[in-house]
Design a protein around this ligand. Sequence first.
Ligand SMILES: Cc1cc2nc3c(=O)[nH]c(=O)nc-3n(C[C@H](O)[C@H](O)[C@H](O)COP(=O)(O)O)c2cc1C
Length: 223
Amino acid sequence: MSGERQKDRNDQFDTAADPVDPSPEVELPEPILESSISIEQTLAERRSVRSYSGESLSLSDVSQLMWAAQGLTQDRFFRTAPSAGALYPLEVYLVVGNVDKMDAGVYRYVPSRHSMVKTLDGDRRDELCRVSLSQPQIRDAAAVVVITAVYSRIMVKYGNRGVRYAHIEVGCAAENIYLQGMSLGIGTCAVGAFEDENVAAIFDLPVDEEPLLLLPLGMCNEP
Ligand SMILES: Cc1cc2nc3c(=O)[nH]c(=O)nc-3n(C[C@H](O)[C@H](O)[C@H](O)COP(=O)(O)O)c2cc1C
């Protein structure tokens, strides 16, 4: 991992220093904590959605979905999803294709600044689709969430059991995305069938970071 990437990764634990990042960064609007749909209704209606209307997502949609996945909450340290020992081994990326006010590219969510840092230029949806058994929902989505784990962050305390914990945590974050999506009319589908090595190569992930789950996002078709 390059020094720059390591510094950037660490800054969630170093909010006081908050180093200026030279890469393009998109500030997200504050998450909205109210909704016209109840949590019970989102649970009752949640489904995996693989077909989308083709409309773009807004920056506010991205804000809500990133916050739901790994946003800061109490004391601006804890997050929306639980984490063993509050060690937070997950990283959340967004492959952007059709989002208002965001250029196509790959962005990494920075919880401490509630912002998206661009890590790669260009529309990567087709590429990602090809290494995900050509599942069309990846190509057709407005954007695709990619959740990775940096195992060392959690294994430092829990040893090999930390791997299990990271896998549990990705499920928690994914369900948050499903339910937040439901309340916004945005469909998603957990996609676990992909080529690990090739996804890691697209994202240029360091050796200790592994992709765990893809979640394509798109506006739901009218019922
Ligand atoms: C870990 C995991 C991996 C999955 N991988 C895929 C996948 O690669 N492709 C896909 O179309 N659906 C995938 N799914 C979605 C399941 O097919 C879906 O959850 C299941 O059919 C139940 O439907 P529901 O989510 O609408 O309740 C996956 C779900 C989970 C939890």
